[in-house]
Design a protein around this ligand. Structure first.
Ligand code: PGA
Length: 256
């Protein structure tokens, strides 16, 4: 069984006080749950403070990006070791905003995935098509290219540690969520890609999150899909109540 995984991507939002308040409220509610994995991905400058709040709880901590080199003259960047050092266990890689605004490509994402795995961080690797690509029927082709490009060279042993986030670009921050059928089609296709590259057992272990306008009121039907194993949540992760409702929806028979 795949444990559902809900990660909150705060992006460049909240201040120190709000970050502490949201993290504190989430720890109080889900800090001991093990039926669902929860992680928060604050801006780098708040990682340490949030780590202290999460300490001793089951809630994980992630970066939103990292550099693939171990260290060096890379102004403004942080390494996998630095993320680990401040308490991270995971990192979002290849988010569409990184691909769109900061030049991330399948090649650099692949280098980051390799560095994250080598350091012992769980990479949450984002893939997703733009609206015009969907309208032109290219969705599965785009996802296949991103899958093979971003995960080139990942060994079978490492693949079980990777989390994939399917995030259709047209659904991110727009309020326009993929239908459960649209999400399931891509998620099932991703699982087939994993099976073809590795094997069926590995494909069954890898968790595939959906991301893109996930809210309390649409999370349950998305996560009821057989191949949707959680969510990467942006806007709705900025308030504890809406994020906690999504955590609940990931595991509807469970109660917190
Ligand atoms: P959103 O963002 O939930 O605000 O659409 C999702 C994401 O970018 O991970």
């Amino acid at each position: 069984m795949r444990v559902p995984f809900i990660a909150g991507n705060w992006k460049m939002n909240l201040d120190a006080r709000a970050a502490a308040a949201v993290a504190g409220a989430i720890v109080r509610e889900v800090g001991e749950r093990t039926d669902v994995e929860v992680a928060l991905c604050p801006p780098n400058v708040y990682l340490k403070a949030v780590a202290e709040i999460l300490q001793g709880s089951s809630v994980g901590l992630g970066g939103q990006n990292m550099h693939y080199e171990l260290s060096g003259a890379f102004t403004g960047e942080v390494s996998a070791a630095m993320l680990l050092d401040v308490g991270c266990n995971c990192v979002i890689l290849g988010h569409s905003e990184r691909r769109q605004f900061f030049g991330d490509t399948n090649e650099t994402v692949q280098q980051k995935v390799t560095a994250a795995l080598a350091a012992g961080l769980t990479p949450i690797v984002c893939v997703g098509e733009r609206l015009e690509q969907r309208n032109e029927g290219q969705t599965l082709e785009v996802i296949r290219d991103q899958f093979h490009g971003s995960l080139a060279g990942v060994s079978a042993g490492d693949m079980t540690k990777v989390v994939i986030a399917y995030e259709p670009v047209w659904a991110i921050g727009t309020g326009e969520v993929a239908t459960p059928d649209q999400a399931e089609e891509v998620h099932a296709n991703l699982r087939e890609l994993i099976e073809a590259k590795y094997d069926a057992a590995i494909a069954q272990q890898v968790r595939i999150q959906y991301g893109g306008s996930v809210k309390a009121d649409n999370a349950a039907e998305l996560m009821a899909q057989p191949n949707v194993d959680g969510a990467l949540v942006g806007g709705a992760s900025l308030e504890a109540d809406s994020f906690l409702a999504i955590v609940d929806a990931a595991c509807s028979p469970c109660t917190r």
